[in-house]
Design a protein around this ligand. Sequence first.
Ligand SMILES: *Cc1c(COP(=O)(O)O)cnc(C)c1O
Length: 368
Amino acid sequence: MTQLEEDAIVRAFRSGWIAPLGPEVDAFEEELAAYCDRKYAVALSSGTAAIHLGLLALGVVPGDLVLTSTMTFAATANAITYTGAEPIFVDCDETGNMDPDLLRTAFETLRSEGKTVKAVVPVDLLGKVVDHDRIGVIAREFGAVVLSDAAESLGARYKGRSSAAYGDVAAVSFNGNKIMTTSGGGALLTDDADLAQHVRYLATQARQPVLHYEHTDIGYNYRMSNLLAAIGRAQLSRLDEMMRIRRENRQFYTRLVEDLRGVCIFGEPSGIDDDWTHDNWWLTSLLIDSDVAVLDREAVVSALSDEDIEARPLWKPMHVQPIFSVHRRFVDGAGESLFRAGVSLPSGSSLSPASRDRIGALLSELWK
Ligand SMILES: *Cc1c(COP(=O)(O)O)cnc(C)c1O
């Protein structure tokens, strides 16, 4: 957060619009839609709310089957569950994102059992965009809609367009840990005017447009506050700069691991130079081959933690989470091995060069 965000929230506060909705929300939606190469954005209270309402607006109802990535944060599977639909987990390929071949297997297997899949929810793991071309073709072939969980990939690009430009609907998050934040918040992106309008309606308690509070649907209280939208506008104006710093972090760690046996950077080492396809450098993670490396993932996390440096494993796959383990899955072990090997390093845009050097020195020391 900088002076720009502080000025923005003071501006919103003094305007008197201390409510969900107001001019900052309208402006944020316009600026966000433009940034994401979409016609419409709906600002909401969280990314989870965006997935939930996106699925409802796409017609997902209780009992429907929804295919999603097992390598994700629980919010994806939670939101599917809120609708009463059943999540079915699909494993990743070496990118960490949904494996299109396994997705096809899942569709074909379910169809051979006489079952229809309503929706696919691919997830851009740690800012790396899924293979939307292949996933989109497969989903269309089997008549399923696509909600793209782009919560972690805002700013990333795939084939010349924003990561949030893909899918019938995309969801992004502005939670405190994401690449840009409104402290808490999220948004739904779409090119469908009626769908955007319907989501705005559901997010404000489904009030019919009459004076006396008339309701014909179950609604939700999911809108973003005008104060937080002001912070969002300031953050969005700095997003490209924040990504540039995160990319420098990636380049720093890439040089560092050249000297560490059995360690590589997860995904693109430092990003591609053109604007065509690249991740948003949100997190830089190491993959540690415990057969070759001197330390395994646990030992690295705990050695860093002893020095007050926070590092975390990648997401633990959903199909091995106690709450979701009852659900069907199409997996081949790829997600579980990434989980065992992966550790995310401090990657923030406020990480100082001095802190980065300290982390680098410590890792080099551990590998001696
Ligand atoms: C953070 C996140 C969400 C949820 O966003 P919130 O704004 O925290 O509700 C959903 N999916 C993924 C993959 C996430 O990382």
